[in-house]
Design a protein around this ligand. Structure first.
Ligand SMILES: *Cc1c(COP(=O)(O)O)cnc(C)c1O
Length: 412
């Protein structure tokens, strides 16, 4: 047996009990989803979709009820007309925040694409700021929500508090649901009327619960991440209090029309099946993340989170010593993709980034990050973000080949 094969065996032996726990959570989440399908009596005709205005689209309405039940929300909106996670979050923010209101982010800076939505970056056009909504943030303190400072930062104008569960492409830790629950409880004790929003991107089905069960009023996410199960080709969702979801509907379509219209075309079959598969697909990605973390750690790279740390999202960071290592690793991931494997990604300029960025992804759905991908800016500390994987076997193959290649090229 080669050195690396031995190492892989060791890694899988160490990970066995952690994999067992991931399977237990997937089982519980699968049951929640199945029960939701049964509660709405999902029917073959629900998968068909409508055209034109999309009135009386029962398949769409049932799917939204399945999301609402699974996430323990009063209502949900799940649409192919929501083009991404950023769009879903934008609808949630714009429909709640009005002239004179303040938005307070309590997990530090929001995800990159939201900076322009809020008006922190960019030309300001149609930003919250242009509509008279002010913004403030409270940074994490040693990686945790600084509740005391949050309470001191709340003022008469504070209408909504936003929590970003996943670190996204930031260097902070992700925030688990127990911590989110404790923070919401303290905030609501003093300010019961403040609306709590959670950016749930990358978080769905990683834990046993979802943020609404922890006190959040509104959550949003992308269907080309976890809840699309790798099958949804487009879409976003928002779930939460019925009165807030009604506003989201009015914002997405038009006042008076709201959720009543919006044809689902051919999107429903893959959205239903994707949501049904999502707990399992998320478990596969998570197992892949643990494998990546431990194998590369054993090869002297620095990985975050560690294999044995509790998780609340799918993002795995790997820190390389040199830029050559990072580029080689990302290229190897591309070369092990099902699609576009014969191309080699090179670091290149990306709008919104100071440094060149390398992006490896050979996915079935463009930009899908529930499928295996690796990317990051080329600057010290040379951190690549590795996420997704529709099957554990694929992540294992890709990461093992990447590790082997680094060794062969004597980069480690
Ligand atoms: C991906 C992501 C978003 C934005 O989703 P897109 O679909 O890329 O627009 C927002 N927040 C977090 C934490 C994310 O990971």
């Amino acid at each position: 047996m080669t050195e690396i094969k031995k190492l892989i065996n060791e890694v899988e032996t160490t990970l066995a009990p952690y994999f067992k726990e991931i399977e237990t959570i997937a089982y519980e989440n699968q049951e929640k989803v199945l029960d939701a399908f049964h509660a709405v009596k999902a029917t073959e005709s629900d998968l068909q979709g409508t055209t034109g205005y999309g009135y009386d689209d029962l398949g769409r309405d049932h799917l939204e009820e399945i999301y609402a039940r699974t996430f323990k929300a009063e209502d949900a909106i799940v649409r192919p007309q929501i083009i991404s996670g950023t769009h879903a979050i934008t609808i949630a923010l714009q429909s709640t925040l009005k002239y004179g209101d303040e938005l307070l982010y309590i997990t530090g800076d929001p995800y990159d694409t939201l900076l322009e939505v809020i008006g922190i970056n960019g030309n300001g056009i149609e930003s919250l700021q242009e509509h008279g909504v002010s913004y403030n943030k409270v940074d994490l303190n040693k990686g945790t929500i600084d509740v005391d400072r949050v309470l001191r930062s709340i003022n008469d104008k504070t209408k909504m508090i936003a929590i970003q569960r996943s670190k996204g492409y930031d260097q902070r830790p992700s925030i688990g649901l127990n911590e989110i629950e404790a923070a919401i409880e303290k905030i609501k004790t003093h300010y019961p009327n403040i609306i709590i929003f959670v950016d749930n991107c990358y978080g769905e089905f990683v834990e046993r619960r979802e943020p609404i069960e922890c006190g959040a009023d509104l959550i949003a996410g992308s269907l080309i991440k976890n809840p699309g199960g790798g099958l949804a080709k487009i879409g976003g969702y928002i779930a939460g209090k019925a009165s807030l979801i009604e506003r989201c509907g009015y914002r997405l379509t038009a006042p008076g029309i709201g959720k009543e219209a919006g044809a689902s075309l051919n999107s429903l079959q893959e959205m239903y099946q994707g949501f049904f598969l999502a707990p399992h697909v998320v478990s596969q990605s998570l197992k892949g993340a643990l494998f990546t973390s431990l194998l590369l750690e054993k090869m002297n790279m620095r990985t975050n989170p560690k294999y044995d740390a509790p998780r609340t999202d799918l993002i795995q960071t790997v820190e390389f010593d040199t830029k050559e290592q990072m580029i080689q690793f990302c290229q190897s991931i591309q070369h092990a993709s099902p699609i576009n494997a014969h191309f080699s990604p090179e670091p290149a300029y990306m709008p919104g980034y100071e440094d060149d960025v390398i992006m490896a992804a050979g996915t079935f759905v463009q930009g899908s990050s529930i499928e295996l991908s690796a990317d990051g800016p080329i600057r010290p500390p040379y951190e690549a973000y590795v996420q997704g994987g529709l099957t554990y076997e694929h992540v294992k193959l890709a990461v093992s080949r990447a590790a082997e290649r680094l060794q062969k090229e004597q980069l480690i």
